[in-house]
Design a protein around this ligand. Sequence first.
Ligand code: ATP
Ligand code: MG
Length: 243
Amino acid sequence: MTQRMEERIDLPLLGKDPSHTYRMGIMGGTFDPIHNGHLVAAEQAFDDLELDVVVFMPAGRPAFKQDKRVSSGEDRYAMTLLATSDNPHFIASRFEVDRAGITYTADTLEYLSGIYPKNVEFYFITGADAIAEIVTWRHAETIARLAHVVGATRPGYDLEHARSAIAASNHHFDVTYLEVPALAISSSYLRERVVAGQSLRYLTPDQVTGYIHKHHLYGVLPRRYGASKIAETDVEWEGEVDG
Ligand code: ATP
Ligand code: MG
C-alpha cells in the first residue's frame, strides 16, 4: 500500500500501541442528507461496542443509487462534516467522495486494512435494511473477512429478515445486532419535507438544515454555482424527489 495513514488527514491515527486493540467504527451511507437516525445509530455503536472512533464516509457514487438523483459528493460531505463536528469521537472522511467511480465497501475496507496495523479492528455499522443487503454486495467475502458488522435496529425494517439473510450467506459474517433509540426517519423523508417547505428541526442538526437552505438542495438547481462545483460522477437534483 503506497499511502500511509499519516498522509490522510481525515482518518484517525489509531494502532500506535501494539499491545492494545483499537476499534474503528465505519458508518457508510449516501447521507443525502445526514440525519439524526444516522447519528444516534453511530453513537449507540460507539458506546455498546466500545469503539475508539466512528468515521462517517459519504459514498462517492453509491453503488445502489445509480438510477436515482443524488446530491454532489461535496454537498453530502459538507453536511456530514457539519453534523459530526461537535462530537469528539466522530470524524467525517472524504475518502470515498474523492475516489473516482462507484463506491464499493469492500474496496474501502481493503484500503483501510492496508494502511492500518493489525491491532486496529473495523466495525462496519449499518441499519437493519442495509444489513440484509450486505450478503449481496460486491466482494461480500472481503467485507466478511475484514470487518465486524454492526446491525442497528431501524423502525420499519425487520431484524429477523437481516438475520436470516446473514445465516443463508456462504460467507461467515461476524455480526453484532444493536438496539438503537428508534427514529423512524430517512433521508428520503427529509428531502420530501424540504420540497414541501416543512421544517427539519429535531430531525437533523440545525447546521445541516442551514446548509440545505443556503445551497438550495433538493429544490431548484442553484444556478449561481458553476458546473465545476459538482463532481463529474455526481448526478444532479432537478427539483423533484423520487426517494
Ligand atoms: P435514503 O432514504 O435516501 O435511502 P437513508 O435514511 O436510508 O436514506 P442512507 O444514507 O441510505 O440513509 O443510510 C446509511 C446507513 O444508515 C444505512 O446503513 C442505513 O440502514 C442507516 N440508517 C439510516 N437511517 C436510519 C435510522 N433512522 N435508524 C437506523 N439506521 C439508519
Ligand atoms: Mg437508505
